[in-house]
Structure formats: C-alpha cells, structure tokens
Ligand binder design. Structure first.
Ligand SMILES: NC(=O)c1ccc[n+]([C@@H]2O[C@H](COP(=O)([O-])OP(=O)(O)OC[C@H]3O[C@@H](n4cnc5c(N)ncnc54)[C@H](OP(=O)(O)O)[C@@H]3O)[C@@H](O)[C@H]2O)c1
Length: 325
C-alpha cells in the first residue's frame, strides 16, 4: 500500500486518555535500539511501529518485523499517541515532528539539530494542538542539562551557562591529550557508539552549538540565538600540557563554543571519556552543576525514557508549556 505524504494525512483527534500508550519509534540505531526493549516490556505501552531507512539491516535488538516501516507517513498512519524520534536525518526528523505535533501527537525527540532547527515553530505548534514536545536527550544525553537549567531558573535569574556538551569531542580531546593519534581516537569513539559514522556535526561544533542554543532558550527565553563563534576541532589540533575542553559559554547577550584550557577548574578538567558537564551561575552568584555521561546507548535511552515516563504519568497534553517541560 502506498503511504500518504505527511501533509495529506487526516488530522487526528487528541489521543485516548486510557489504555496502553501507543508509541511509534522513529529510528532503531544506537539510541532507538536502547529504547526498544523497554517499549516492548511495558504493559502500559503498545509499540505500534518502528521507522528505519534500511529494513534489511542486522540490528541488536531486532524490532518485531511486522512493525517496521520505511516511510514516516506509514509510521503516523498507525495512529500513535507518542512519536519517539531517534532519527539522524534532521530534515526527516523535523518534518516528522511537525506532522506529529500538528495532529496532537506527543513527541519525544533525541535530535538536537531537528529541534534547534525550528524550536519556536514547534513550540507554537504544540501549543496550538495541545501536544507535548520533550527533548531532554537532545541536550546532554544522560546528563539532565535542560532540567538543571529549569531548576536554576526557578531559583532566580541566570547570569551564565558554561558547559561541555559534546561527548565525542570530549573523548577525542582526552585521547589527544594522552598522545593518541586523531584518527585512532575517532575510530575508537565510533566503535564505542557515541560518535556517529559522519562525525562532522561534532567536529565542526555544530552539535554543541545546537545544544547551547536550546539551553540558552531555556535559560534566557525565546530571544536566544545560536552561538556567534564556533571553533572546530580538526586533526591539526595540537593539545598543550593543560587539559582543553570544547567549552560552550552563554549569557543573555549570546554564546560561543571554543577549545579552551580548563586547568584549575575540576568540573571540566576532570571530565573523563565522553563526559558532559554544566555549571550555571545565577545573578546572585550561586552555582549549580551537573556532570555525567553525555552520549552512548544506555545514558541517552535513559533520558528518552525519562521524557516518555513523564508522558505516561501525566497522559495529558501540556499545550503551551509542552516544549518547556
Ligand atoms: N548516539 C548518541 O549517543 C546520541 C546522544 C544524544 C542524542 N543523539 C541523537 O539521537 C539521534 C539518533 O542517534 P543514533 O546514534 O541512534 O543514530 P544511528 O545509530 O545512526 O540511528 C539512526 C536511526 O535513524 C534511522 N534513519 C536515519 N535516517 C532515516 C530516514 N531518512 N528514514 C528512516 N529512518 C532513518 C536509521 O535507520 P537504519 O538503521 O535503517 O540506518 C537508524 O535506525 C540523533 O539525532 C543523535 O544526534 C545520539
């Protein structure tokens, strides 16, 4: 059967308030494959469809074959209550998120490029249809970055955000600092599952820039912009004796991503492997900080699951505040 294009699918009513939550999983790679077993295990969740690009690929775990589709419209045609987006193609992701929210379907996304691509438009759409958009996993993998910013904001105005937001680059900088060759360190990061096959978004700083933008928006409001300055990491980078981090810094006037020495700052200097960390300084000088694993199957799937569990618990459309939860 030919699937309808997204724009021609009929608009769905609000999801049913009772019965198992119908969940569609878009993407079944590192992150999606980590979420899949939980979706299959929960009695209060029914997995209705799994979207992939190459259905014949070997996967671990394997999705139930009858549920696999290759067209986003076919995914939505299974009438999910929630779409869990773990795609790598940001344009497909963004179109899917828009199509889902416009039908009142809740979305949990791990894709920072998709969400950062139109966070205002997506929030407005969620507000209009009463759907919820959550994207904790898009910023920080397993570290609750957005939640920490929101907690800080509840305590008072935020003056400054400083963060290490890209686990792959942190891993590479640690390995380079220990004298490993760039290509070997990158191959190791890819084998460990936290660097994507195409690492350009990590190395150019685009990944960290999108995350800093989403954090800035949560901290300083909808006027936040993408960072003005983004310094890339290349094979030519020669680390000195002091630890260097890809440091994302933002205040209400703007932000930047630089490769900065962090000796004397243990939160960042001691960040091992694919670690992420954030420090938030409030206007009154108080600070909040968090650190942990920012990438990889288990921590990122955990973060997706936390968003989904909140939806399971509430089973309501969050409307205007959907993107802010
Ligand atoms: N990996 C991490 O540690 C991590 C951490 C935080 C956030 N994220 C974000 O999570 C998302 C997923 O990352 P990942 O590491 O899980 O990537 P991945 O292992 O490459 O998996 C991506 C999945 O998306 C599917 N896909 C991609 N383009 C598609 C298309 N056009 N149509 C249908 N399916 C498509 C792929 O299908 P096939 O399997 O058939 O190729 C695959 O199942 C990304 O947005 C990433 O930035 C990842």
């Amino acid at each position: 059967m030919t699937a309808l294009p997204l724009s021609r699918l009929p608009l769905d009513p609000q999801p049913a308030a009772a019965g198992p939550l119908r969940v569609a999983l878009a993407g079944c790679g590192v992150v999606g494959g980590g979420v899949l077993p939980r979706l299959l295990d929960r009695p209060d969740v029914t997995l209705v469809s799994v979207l992939v690009r190459s259905p014949g690929k070997d996967r671990s775990p394997e999705p139930p074959p009858g549920l696999v589709v290759t067209d986003p419209a076919a995914l939505l045609a299974r009438e999910p209550d929630v779409v869990v987006d773990t795609l790598t193609d940001a344009s497909v992701s963004l179109a899917l998120i828009r199509a889902a929210l416009s039908r009142g379907i809740h979305v949990v996304s791990a894709s920072k490029q998709a969400v950062a691509g139109d966070v205002e438009g997506l929030s407005a759409l969620a507000m209009a249809t009463g759907a919820t958009l959550r994207y904790s996993a898009a910023v920080g993998g397993g570290v609750p970055m957005l939640e920490t910013v929101r907690l800080a904001r509840a305590l008072g105005p935020i003056r400054l955000i400083e963060a290490v937001l890209n686990g792959t680059v942190n891993f590479l900088l640690n390995r380079l600092g220990a004298g490993h060759p760039f290509d070997a360190a990158l191959a190791e990061a890819q084998a460990a599952g936290f660097a994507e096959a195409d690492p350009s978004a990590d190395l150019t700083g685009r990944d960290a820039a999108a995350k800093l933008f989403l954090l800035s928006r949560a901290a300083f409001g909808p006027g936040a912009r993408l960072p003005d300055r983004v310094q890339p990491l290349s094979a030519a980078f020669q680390p000195g004796p002091a630890p260097v981090r890809q440091l994302a810094v933002a205040d209400c006037a703007g932000g930047q991503i630089t490769l900065a020495p962090v000796a004397g700052d243990p939160l960042f200097a001691e960040l091992a492997d694919a670690g992420n960390a954030i420090r938030i300084t409030l206007a009154d000088g108080r600070t909040l900080s968090r650190s942990g694993l920012g990438a990889g199957r288990a921590p990122t799937a955990e973060s997706v699951w936390a968003d989904l569990t909140d939806l399971l618990t509430s089973r309501v459309g969050a409307g205007a505040d959907g993107a802010e939860l």
